[in-house]
Design a binder for this molecule. Structure first.
Ligand code: NAP
Length: 266
């Protein structure tokens, strides 16, 4: 079902809770508030002051957060901490069957963990907004929003949530978590890896930059803005990433060999 063709094209004010209030959740929350939704948050660290400035109710206690009666709960913890965080959720405090949405940049891992741990009556939507605080700072038009409706019984609620993104102009792309991880290893993980390599090389702008080099510097700068936890998560919890790392090493060797062969011909 495409979100634009869903039965609920009209707006609805949603009560949305967020677990993990790091940079990505803060970026997301600002847009959700602009759309008029009620936001509550909880996190390992204390974001009370930041949340109060944004008009968000912040809970230090996860139980009280769950009791605050959210229709939807977004999980936005780091990839590496997901299992630990989800295992610590006191689900018995939930007031209702809730739609859980994860936004992790890998997809098979949260799908597996959440299907194992979520109460049976809770729905699960696995998503990956393919943008963040940098790329989405001027709006979300034409930015891709990937989703997999893993276990959805309350279709209208799921459609209302997807409408948050389609109404901002996002390119909505439904695909399986496996397909996402296969593609993301070849695209996002590769980009982050090249960015981290360029950073290790201390690549900096020069007075004679070509356009191509300027793009490389951009790749480096945007990669290192994301946490190292995020980058490690892309590698550790995407089973297709290891092969991409090998492909990169093999490709570098091939390029070196070609250059060495050409040098010998001189
Ligand atoms: P991140 O470094 O991936 O995650 C930071 C969040 O994880 C914070 O809320 C942090 O809590 C929490 N966290 C880390 N270790 C923890 C632990 N041991 N126990 C409990 N909580 C822990 O940074 P992010 O950019 O905000 O990303 C959040 C999620 O969104 C990730 O899964 C990422 O893959 C996904 N995502 C990010 C982007 C992006 O552009 N950044 C885009 C799409 C999706 P505290 O802050 O309370 O310490």
């Amino acid at each position: 079902m495409s979100p634009s063709s869903s039965s609920c094209s009209q707006e609805k004010t949603l009560r949305i809770g967020i677990i993990g209030f790091g940079p990505f959740a803060q970026f997301l929350a600002k847009n959700l508030i602009k759309q008029g939704h009620f936001i509550r948050a909880t996190s390992r660290s204390d974001y009370s002051e930041l949340c109060s400035n944004l008009g968000i109710l912040f809970f230090r206690d996860m139980g009280a957060f769950l009791e605050s009666d959210n229709e939807i709960i977004i999980i936005s913890t780091s990839i590496l901490s997901l299992s630990r965080v989800v295992e610590s959720i006191p689900f018995h405090c939930l007031k209702r069957p809730t739609l859980f949405v994860d936004v992790l940049s890998v997809k098979e891992h949260p799908k597996d963990v959440l299907l194992q741990i979520l109460p049976e009556e809770c729905d699960l939507l696995c998503t990956h907004p393919m943008f963040g605080p940098e790329s989405g700072k001027d709006g979300w038009t034409d930015l891709t929003f990937m989703y997999d409706m893993v276990r959805i019984r309350d279709q209208p609620l799921c459609s209302f949530f997807l409408h948050v993104f389609s109404s901002e102009g996002c390119k909505m792309l439904e695909m399986t978590c496996e397909e996402h991880d296969r593609l993301a290893a070849r695209s996002q993980f590769l980009t982050h890896t090249i960015g981290r390599i360029l950073s290790e090389m201390d690549v900096e702008p020069t007075p004679i930059d070509t356009k191509g080099f300027q793009k490389l510097v951009q790749v480096k700068e945007s990669s290192v803005k994301d946490s190292f936890d995020l980058f490690s998560g892309l590698f550790i919890h995407n089973r297709f990433a290891r092969q991409q790392m090998k492909n990169l090493e093999v490709a570098l060797e091939k390029v070196k060999e070609k250059l060495q062969e050409r040098s010998k011909m001189r």
